[in-house]
Design a protein around this ligand. Sequence first.
Ligand code: SF4
Ligand code: SF4
Length: 99
Amino acid sequence: MMRYLKGISTLKIDPEGCTGCGFCLDVCPHEVIALKGKKAEVRDLDACMECGACAGNCPAGAIAVQAGVGCANAIINGMITGGPPDCGCGEGGKSSCCS
Ligand code: SF4
Ligand code: SF4
């Protein structure tokens, strides 16, 4: 399973708003979310690449996540280089995806 930086994903699920429909589980490419007692909960936060698919498909508006290209870019860079995820926004980087 592809990992992102530890504890950094902005993913938040509001259990009060969740109706347990399961759409977010269906669209998540990394099995980040699980249903427990008919409520969605984050199963594996560090696997979340902040793609936004879950929030975009939640009919109850119960999911918030800051979706952007920076995180996906970082993961792809990490896979290519074999190193940690890095989008180039750090020291000396010129990218603005993490601003
Ligand atoms: S899509 Fe929204 S309402 Fe449906 S299970 Fe996921 S969080 Fe709950
Ligand atoms: S933002 Fe994407 S990777 Fe993260 S939980 Fe939602 S669908 Fe899964």
